[in-house]
Design a protein around this ligand. Structure first.
Ligand code: GDP
Ligand code: IMO
Ligand code: MG
Length: 429
């Protein structure tokens, strides 16, 4: 048993606690060997989860990040939105990279919504109309796909099984959205895109809720892989600068049909500093040379869109709220190595607005302009951290920084990332 997993039980969730890109994929990969099934429960190919094994990089968008382990079964749950041709390509690419039978180890929920080509076009058009208020989406059609789902006009994977109904729905949706937005959408193109993968997809479809129920009854171990981060949650994040799905622990129950008491442990992933891609409030942002330096040292460019990530200090207020809401038992603090060489480090420890303490990132522009932040300063360290596998061997100031963060957020930091590779991880008892 992996040390990090002690006391977390058999079904563990991994949740991003900041603005995404905390390094979820790396941990999922690192511990997947301890689980039988790895599941995605929300989001779509807006996610970009990077894994590095012996210098070779893999980026997962919709496939669960545990697939590099030859025994792992991957589930793409009902709460996700799936661009089927892109998913098939992801499987094909992984097979080409030397793994075989990835397709035989993937199960897609019959109830997952299909993300259509028109969702991406609508995404682009809505962003264009917002002008300088744009969200800065990944352009993957996520918002429009979830909008259709909630409007009860979405197309689900099960609709692939009825050609006539599928055609009718596609034509209806293209006409509706095309007219509404004054853009041209081609239903024939959409039908052909799905036809081109229909036979490949059909054998992967299943009642994933029942599959997981049976697996749990048989004592199998399940890992739930979060996408995005808590501050991007459609309810708990910095709305409207969020994604369109629930990204926290609650999303597992709805996005997979798993009851809450079956989630036996939650690991929160928190970067040792903060990053954000796209627009929206970011109280600890360093919009200056230091931010540039961190971006460079941390290679902070989007895994999905390649956009430079905004960088800033660790925000203990935002992270603490995420940890509380997600019910995090243990933290994996990632990318501590990136901070080597900085003279001093700062952490946001308190927000005040109009004389009152705030416990969340405010969502309105006005409130963010007025927000007062208290910061604590810590001395930095020069030594690189690569190759360090024991907490005791970290530079003294790095240890003190970790212990201070742990105290500020109130949850134990049980794993620390010291580099991008699968093995660049150390565990604390
Ligand atoms: P995710 O979306 O949460 O899975 O994170 P991303 O893969 O989008 O971004 C995290 C980036 O940091 C990736 O390039 C990882 O390879 C890299 N990474 C993860 N953990 C560490 C770490 O501890 N140190 C360093 N230097 N890089 C890391
Ligand atoms: P992972 O899983 C970082 C951000 C986008 C944008 C907002 C809405 O790799 O951590 P969307 O395309 O979802 O409608 O965009 O959310 N965003 C992410 N930022 N990491 C992600 O995923 C993200 N997924 C969405 O940049 O600000
Ligand atoms: Mg990412």
């Amino acid at each position: 048993m992996h040390k990090l997993l002690t006391d977390l039980g058999s079904n563990v969730a991994i949740i991003g606690t900041q603005w995404g890109d905390e390094g979820k994929g790396k941990l999922v990969d690192a511990i997947s060997g301890n689980f039988d099934v790895v599941c995605r429960f929300s989001g779509g190919a807006n996610a970009g989860h990077t894994i590095v094994v012996d210098g070779t990089q893999f980026i997962f968008h919709l496939l669960p990040s545990g697939m590099l382990h030859p025994q792992t079964i991957g589930v793409v749950g009902n709460g996700t939105v799936v661009e089927l041709p892109a998913l098939m390509k992801e499987i094909e690419d992984l097979n080409k990279s030397g793994l075989t039978d990835v397709g035989n180890r993937i199960k897609i929920s019959l109830r997952a919504h299909i993300l259509m080509g028109y969702h991406k076009k609508i995404d682009a058009e809505l962003e264009r109309r917002k002008g300088d208020q744009k969200i800065g989406t990944t352009g993957r059609g996520i918002g429009p796909a979830y909008t259709d789902k909630i409007s009860r006009m979405g197309i689900r994977c099960e609709d692939l099984l009825d050609r006539d109904l599928l055609k009718e729905k596609i034509e209806r949706n293209c006409a509706f959205h095309g007219k509404n937005l004054g853009i041209s959408l081609d239903p024939q193109e959409e039908i052909e895109a799905l036809e081109s993968v229909r036979e490949q997809v059909k054998p992967l479809l299943c009642d994933s809720r029942k599959f997981l129920y049976d697996q749990m009854q048989a004592g199998k171990k399940i890992l739930f892989e979060g996408a995005q981060g808590h501050q991007l949650d459609v309810d708990h994040g910095t709305y409207p600068f969020v994604t369109s799905s629930p990204v926290s622990t609650g999303g597992i129950c709805t996005g997979l049909g798993v009851p809450p008491q079956k989630i036996t442990g939650v690991i929160g992933i928190a970067k040792a500093y903060c990053t954000r891609v796209g627009s929206g409030p970011f109280p600890s942002e360093l919009d200056n040379e230091l931010g540039e330096q961190i971006r460079k040292q941390g290679a902070e460019f989007g895994a999905t869109t390649g956009r430079p990530r905004r960088c800033g200090w660790f925000d203990a207020v935002a992270t603490r709220t995420s940890l509380q809401t997600a019910g995090v038992d243990a933290i994996n603090l990632t990318k501590l190595d990136v901070l080597s060489g900085l003279k001093e480090l700062k952490v946001v420890t308190k927000y005040t607005l109009d004389g009152r303490e705030l416990f969340v990132v405010p969502t309105t522009r006005k409130a963010n302009e007025k927000l007062e932040k208290e910061m604590q300063t810590f001395p930095g360290w020069d030594e690189p951290l690569s190759g360090i596998h024991r907490f005791e061997d970290l530079p003294e100031n790095a240890k003190q920084y970790v212990l201070a963060l742990e105290k500020l957020v109130g949850v134990p930091i049980r794993a620390i990332g010291t580099g991008p590779d699968r093995n660049d991880l150390l565990f604390r008892e």
